[in-house]
Design a protein around this ligand. Structure first.
Ligand code: GLA
Length: 726
């Protein structure tokens, strides 16, 4: 719902539970007014009077521009007295960059415009576009705001247009700028930081005067920092209090910043990373930035997460796939690494069939001359020496056993020891005369060049056309370092990283459209590209290369801050775990992997008879609860970063059933019985927890709780909760 009040030049944008208000002040600047609980349309005039005017520069005052420094602007600009960092910096031919963006017009339309060549929300109820114009140059900016009555997410992005004749260079082009309300609140910021095998760990720090900047400069969203930040007000907890989320639907290098001034105003903004960024706009050209999903919750971080989960499922992930039952996968990577042949794979496939697995995914090493990670990337044709008869015998074996077949690719990469590199050494990102920087012994293809993306599209398509392939695991195993393309002019090298990202989107879009029956899973050395941009193409993403039964609880907990459980690929792997060497019970690994798109990644032929029985039970359990994984509401109960437990539950939207998984990390001899409060149930319904023999009201289960089970180190529990029908 978007409401415009002509008298006050104000707008109220409202979704399910929030409102966001802005207005054009007397000087013509678009100013932020309110973001929080849903308010009524008639509240706008009062808000402007009481809260807006005091910060509104009076145009009669010749010093008015200086007041912009504390004005809660919806688009920060440089050189007119606002000393905070700008949202957009546009450099003219004479090198000047000062600007003053003022309101020109607005339009309210139904739906939302799709952004060509970039991930974006698939729908919205209404969009408000406010056009600002620079007083001193020919730059116009559209600020877009899209809302949906059924969602707690507000979508913002910007589009810059050069309406003049001379070239303008964008040196910064962020997607959004906003301000936090109420300077008396103590705010803190949550970010998801990590590394390979340890992705998305929530880190919370108080906001204070100065700038907090989280970013990736690696050419993709990265393991180290996710393009998401939540700002928590006062004592916001998991289940109560106010918080705000900012999630960039972008897979490239990004930045999100909060900036607190001495008078405690906080500006939050973000978008494509402006570090070494530049984008030339000739007369008549425009530049459109990635969308940001802003979210407000009055129900703590848990409420924020559930709102984001609904948002990603309903507005971003492919609607054809999002609620589709996910195949239970056996992936051969940790079973064989590069060392496999037909017989080894046949044995795994035969065993998988006996255990009830749906899909065999052949990972790295099937192509070119790839017997280790030093060669073959780019040569997307089968290694017939290794796989006698090509992929066909493997696929036939799957079919005979009733399994589908999936295949691993790393489309953006090239090995120096490959036919592709020998034919096109200039296709790799590097600069003549400078030794290229290698990561995992490989180089990255220059996806800013269309002919290279075309080549990869044709090469991957050929394999997909010639074979019966139902599933693709799309990997990416290194950072981008040189940020240079020989095909870009000297003064356009600042466009490199964003153009690379557009090349990745282009290939994803084309392959997914050309092969609508193939399910594409994302991956980047584990969960290095787990973001809202990638989720537009990949309904699920390999969450982490770390599948250890303990570490995974933390990775999945952190990932769930904003991404739905159904988007996390989670596999049971062997013990001792290949990343941590830890030994955890098979049952625990299965329980943790059931909170996501589940599967197996170990040598099934080496399992004991008892473990095989457990696989069958795990699969039967998963087929019982996978509807909840796809569509339920997640409640995080015991925080693995703060306690010796992990526990989460998923509740059906109609609250008739729920699924709980928990783990006890470390036994404690002095442990006294502790109570675990459940959440998300209907207070007035009666439920049973079969495994505990408990029957109680939702109210009792949520207020009093149930006892944590006593368990040895890394022991786990699974509970099925069902509503009793009278
Ligand atoms: C990455 C992925 C793994 C596996 C290997 C193969 O590390 O995250 O799952 O596919 O590459 O090289």
């Amino acid at each position: 719902m978007i409401y415009f009040d002509k008298l006050s030049d104000g707008f109220i944008l409202s979704g399910k539970n929030y409102s966001y208000a802005i207005f054009v002040n007397r000087a013509g600047y678009l100013q932020h007014l309110y973001y929080g609980k849903k308010i009524g349309e008639s509240d706008l005039a009062f808000l402007i009077k009481t809260q807006g005017e005091k910060l509104s520069p009076n145009p009669e005052d010749i010093n008015a521009d200086m007041l912009t420094d504390c004005m809660p602007s919806e688009c920060g600009f440089f050189g007119r007295g606002d000393f905070r960092s700008a949202t957009v910096i546009a450099e003219r031919e004479d090198g000047s960059v000062m600007s003053s963006f003022k309101y020109v017009k607005h339009a309210i339309s139904g739906g939302v415009a799709r952004i060509k060549g970039q991930p974006c929300v698939r729908k919205a109820d209404n969009t408000l576009t406010i056009t600002l114009k620079d007083d001193f140059s020919d730059i116009e900016i559209d600020l877009n705001y899209s809302v949906s009555d059924n969602s707690d997410v507000l979508i913002k992005n910007t589009e810059m247009r050069n309406t003049g004749k001379t070239c303008i260079k964008l040196k910064k082009a962020f997607s959004f700028c906003t301000n936090l309300p109420d300077i008396d609140k103590q705010y803190s910021a949550l970010r998801l930081a990590g590394s390979w095998a340890s992705e998305r760990r929530p880190v919370i720090t108080p906001l204070a005067e100065g700038t907090l900047r989280i970013e990736s400069t690696r050419g993709y969203s990265s393991h180290q920092m996710n393009p998401f930040m939540a700002i928590l007000a006062d004592s916001c907890t998991e289940n109560s209090g106010e918080c705000y989320g900012f999630n960039l639907l972008y897979s490239g290098s990004f930045a999100l910043t909060t900036e607190m001034t001495s008078d405690k105003n906080i500006r939050v903004q973000g978008g494509i990373n402006d570090y070494l960024f530049g984008w030339e706009l000739d007369g008549g050209e425009s530049f459109i930035t990635p969308q940001t999903a802003l979210c407000y919750s009055a129900e703590g971080l848990g409420g924020l997460s559930r709102a984001y989960h609904d948002f990603f499922r309903e507005y971003v992930i492919d609607p054809k796939r999002v609620y589709e039952r996910r195949p239970i996968v056996i992936n051969n990577w940790e079973a064989t690494y590069f060392n496999f042949d037909n017989e080894k794979l046949f044995a795994i496939i035969d065993e998988a069939a006996k255990l009830g697995i749906d899909m065999f995914v052949l990972d790295d090493g099937w192509f070119g001359k790839r017997n280790d990670d030093k060669s073959g990337l780019g040569d997307w044709f089968v290694n017939n020496k290794k796989l006698k008869g090509g992929l066909k015998p493997i696929i036939d074996r799957c079919k005979k056993n009733g399994l589908k077949f999936g295949l691993w690719f790393e489309p953006e990469m090239i090995s120096e020891d490959s036919d592709l590199y020998r034919a096109h050494p200039d296709w790799a990102i590097k600069k003549e005369g400078v030794e290229p920087c290698r990561g995992r012994n490989q180089l990255v293809l220059d996806f800013t060049r269309k002919e290279i993306v075309d080549y990869v599209f044709n090469a991957v398509s050929k394999v997909l056309k010639e074979n019966d392939i139902s599933y693709v695991k799309w990997d990416k195993n290194r950072d981008i370092t040189e940020n240079f393309s020989a095909s870009l002019l000297a003064d356009r090298q600042g466009e490199f990283l964003h153009r690379y990202t557009l090349g990745f989107y282009d290939l994803a879009e084309r392959l997914i459209s050309a092969f609508p029956d193939v399910f594409f899973e994302g991956c980047a050395g584990g969960g290095g590209r787990f973001d809202g941009g990638a989720l537009y193409y990949f309904p699920q993403i390999w969450t982490s290369d770390d599948t250890d039964g303990l570490e995974r609880t933390k990775i999945q907990w952190g990932t769930s801050m904003c991404y739905p459980v159904s988007a996390m690929s989670c596999h049971v792997s062997a013990c001792p775990n290949h990343q941590t060497q830890r030994i955890t019970p098979f049952k625990t690994r299965g329980a943790i992997a059931s909170f996501g798109a589940t599967g197996y990644e170990l040598d099934l032929t080496k399992l004991t008879a008892e473990e095989k029985e457990q696989v069958k039970e795990q699969i039967a359990n998963y087929k019982r609860i996978d509807g909840l994984v796809l569509n339920g509401d997640l409640f995080r109960l015991a925080n693995p970063f703060e306690t010796d437990y992990f526990c989460e539950m998923i509740v059906a939207k109609d609250k008739t059933e729920a699924y709980v998984v928990g783990e006890r990390f470390r036994g404690d001899p002095c442990d006294h019985d502790r109570l675990l409060k459940l959440n998300g149930l209907d207070e007035n319904k009666t439920y049973t927890i079969k495994e505990l023999g408990v029957t109680a009201s939702g109210k009792a289960l949520m207020s009093a709780g149930v006892y944590y089970p006593r368990l040895p180190d890394c022991g786990s529990w699974i509970w099925h909760i069902e509503k009793i029908t009278k």
